[in-house]
Design a protein around this ligand. Sequence first.
Ligand SMILES: [Zn+2]
Length: 222
Amino acid sequence: MSKTSQPRQQHQQQQQQGPPFPNNYILRQVSLADSKPCMICFKPSSTVLVSENQHDFFYVCPSHLLDDQFATPIKPESYNLLHQEVKQINQSVAKLRKDMETEKPYLWGMSNYWKLNNNGDNPSTNDNDNDKEKSKSQEQNNDKDGKSKYETLKARLADQLQNLKEKEEEIKLFKFKKYQLEQTIYKNRLMLHQRRKHEKEKSEKLQQEGFFPQAPTHQLTN
Ligand SMILES: [Zn+2]
């Protein structure tokens, strides 16, 4: 247990010495009525980025979040998994296509060709032999459901392609919840925070000076 808690303590200490807020922002949505000017273009926006420790926040249009000169999304595990799935489906599609190539029913095409061109003119024993060959090869290529291997592969390929389409759409529409600001933007946020803090301290100091002496806050003890 002590092994796991130690790095966490160290991490907290580092954070205390570091900047007042980390470059880790969480996307929040407020109601349209609560929209405020976007930090960049001043158009009203209901999207807010809040720093993880909530010491900084600003309103921003969702469109700016697509610009990596402004911010980049922090990709969650579920997003990486989607990409992994797409990779696997692509591999499976390539294999199915290769398998289909070897199962391609050339023989059937040939049989049809013979039928069409011979038109039963001289039904020779050769034709009968051909038919026997044909049904034999079909039997070999049929699975339990009576479908040919080729047809089964074709159906599986169609399934996988549909699956691929859905996953790719999911990636395209993926809603990121966490963002990291571009370094210059983040530095500007830190500077602004510093300035506000300084101004607040200055005005507090002015109020404290002179006119309104504060009541003692310590209680008398017996
Ligand atoms: Zn904007």
